[in-house]
Design a protein around this ligand. Sequence first.
Ligand SMILES: Nc1nc2c(ncn2[C@@H]2O[C@H](COP(=O)(O)OP(=O)(O)OP(=O)(O)O)[C@@H](O)[C@H]2O)c(=O)[nH]1
Ligand SMILES: [Mg+2]
Length: 362
Amino acid sequence: MTRLMFIGGFLGAGKTTLIGKTAELFAGKNQKVGIITNDQASELVDTALLRCGGNETAEVSGSCFCCNFPALEAAVESFLEKKVSVILAEPVGSCTDISATVMQPSKDRLRGKVRLAPLSVVADPERLAALLRNDMAGFLPSAVYILRKQLEEADAILINKKDLLSPATMANLRHEAAKAFPEAKIYLISAKTGDGVGEWLADMVLDGLSGTHLAEVDYDIYAEGEAALGWLNAEMKLTGDQVQWKPFAERYLHLLSDTFASKKAEIGHVKLLLMSDEGYLAGNITKTGEMPQFRGYLPDSGIATMTLNARVQMLPDELQAFAFDTLARTCGDAVAFEVGTSNCLQPGRPNPTYRYDAVASA
Ligand SMILES: Nc1nc2c(ncn2[C@@H]2O[C@H](COP(=O)(O)OP(=O)(O)OP(=O)(O)O)[C@@H](O)[C@H]2O)c(=O)[nH]1
Ligand SMILES: [Mg+2]
């Protein structure tokens, strides 16, 4: 039976990177994989990036999985028709209460069709350490609440980016996370290198451990936390004369990072994808003040499309204005940009299709 795996966690924790790595591992065993991405709006960097990696992808956009469960179900069904062995699904990084609103309904509504894997929640080690120290300065308490609830409801917590950690930091984080979130099994992984991913995957096939508990979630605080983050999804065409795209993207992300830092607007995740017929370049900043990280390669050329997704603690109109002003500064006279679509929003109050108040039988 097809396995359905939900891989959640806060913005920028490494969900998409882990999904890409996991898909690679399954594909290496000749297992067909389907990936479901999810966002409040269309034009997703994650979907485009996963497709660049050769993955078959379906998108639930315009609403999160919990608030549009029928769309999630339809995406699962479409992959079942294609006879995939595994479906990997990434909920929106600012969503929580996934156990009550996605895992439990999946047990009932997809019974006999899929084997549901444990709810895996990916955590950025720096953010996790800050949360455990009660020191997530920068984010409003209601946004921090979402991160805490995501970890509370997890069956498995994956402390990611272990390639950046010393052995002592790893041991300490594992110990502290186990104390704070005793209902979850803790893993240390690097989604980037694949270190530890095999060990976690081996446990994902164990039945009976999925959606084992619910977190108590106050929807007033949750809604306030979601609304604190402005959301911008935009796509544009860039043209110039043999533009060097890597320095261009570096300049843009550095300028954006400086702009948000000067406004004291905490970054959840800013990601961009530059594409042409000859390649792609993805750039990310997951925290205020962080150096941009890049993947992929895009040769110099006169034309490229850019998809930009930004989740930043500020009003969406302001976010859009900063993003475009900063782009104009980056382009100067050398590059022209034409906006195709741009959608900025403040996520509304979560209103789940189903919400269980008890764990459903497996
Ligand atoms: N060093 C290191 N960086 C990583 C690792 N996993 C992810 N990253 C980086 O973290 C950033 C965010 O990764 P994503 O996979 O896009 O994060 P996400 O959780 O899908 O983010 P959202 O979809 O915005 O919620 C990217 O720059 C990744 O390259 C890891 O294991 N090690
Ligand atoms: Mg992602």
